[in-house]
Design a protein around this ligand. Structure first.
Ligand SMILES: N[C@@H](CCC(=O)N[C@@H](CS)C(=O)NCC(=O)O)C(=O)O
Length: 266
């Protein structure tokens, strides 16, 4: 099996990177994690060096790069057919793929106005356009949950559909958005998932050493103040080796600069 390397940015703020990362960690798939520091001015160039779109996540499979979160997830499903990355049932798989594609292609208002900020706890009222998107999101959750009484995830066990929708769970929590009990139960399941809890722990550790990037947290800029670390901020590029079934948080291999500068990566 070719070596896998997943390139991501700050865990507090990156919704797209969370998706394939959750699947890799949940399924105990070994991979190297390389995390760029969003606030480093050189990060956009570093990302462009590995990603044709200048965005992350990107997965290196041996010598080949795979970009776009959904393409990465499909690649993982193909590389690891023994793992239930998509639901095993063909009908549910169709449903799950449609949901994942809708998530990948839509929900622009929610994304733009409730940017991912894992540490944030606030309460905002949604305007009608954003509320419509959240209503549609709730329909997606309820539609999937109607497929099976097994649980607690969308199609019973954790799948790529849950991974694709998971960042919206964090936005609902961060911004105190009102949702019904089926969506609330699904959010609880996401927050209880060991892989998600590991992401949260690692995000907390990162926040202690990484400066806040300018675009992250906008437009609720005041809400990210808790991320600003007093004194000089020593930032690192983390390169971690994830081994199969490893439950502990890997240690960073190197730290390369200290900086208070900001760059427009979110
Ligand atoms: N459609 C892409 C979106 C990726 C994306 O927007 N990633 C953000 C980080 S979460 C990024 O790299 N932003 C860099 C920029 O906008 O300059 C995917 O599904 O992977």
């Amino acid at each position: 099996m070719a070596e896998l390397e997943l390139f991501i940015v700050d865990k507090n703020d990156t919704s797209w990177s969370l998706r394939p990362w959750l699947l890799l960690v949940h399924h105990g798939i070994p991979f190297v994690e390389t995390s760029f520091v969003a606030a480093d001015p050189e990060t956009p160039a570093k990302i462009r060096a590995v990603s044709p779109t200048g965005r992350v996540p990107v997965l290196r499979v041996g010598q080949r790069m795979v970009w776009e979160s959904l393409a990465i997830i499909e690649t993982l499903a193909e590389l690891f057919p023994d793992r239930p990355i998509w639901p095993r049932d063909a009908e549910r798989r169709m449903h799950a793929r449609s949901m994942a594609a809708e998530m990948h292609a839509g929900f622009f208002e929610l994304r733009r106005h409730c940017t991912m900020n894992l540490a944030l706890r606030t309460r905002v009222e949604l305007d009608p356009a954003r509320r419509r998107e959240l209503d549609r999101f709730e329909q997606l959750v309820e539609g999937a949950r109607a497929e099976t009484s097994a649980g607690p995830f969308l199609f019973g066990e954790f799948s790529a559909a849950d991974a694709m929708l998971a960042p919206v769970a964090t936005r609902i929590v961060s911004y105190g958005l009102d949702v019904g009990s089926p969506t609330r139960a699904w959010i609880d399941a996401i927050y209880a998932l060991p892989a998600f809890q590991r992401w949260e722990r690692e995000a907390t550790e990162e926040r202690k050493v990484r400066p806040v990037a300018a675009r992250i947290g906008a437009p609720f800029a005041g809400s990210v103040q808790e991320r600003v670390v007093a004194g000089p901020c020593y930032a690192a590029i983390f390169s971690n080796q994830h081994r199969a079934n490893s439950r502990s948080t890997p240690r960073p291999r190197c730290a390369w600069w200290s900086s208070r500068s900001r760059c427009p990566v979110s």
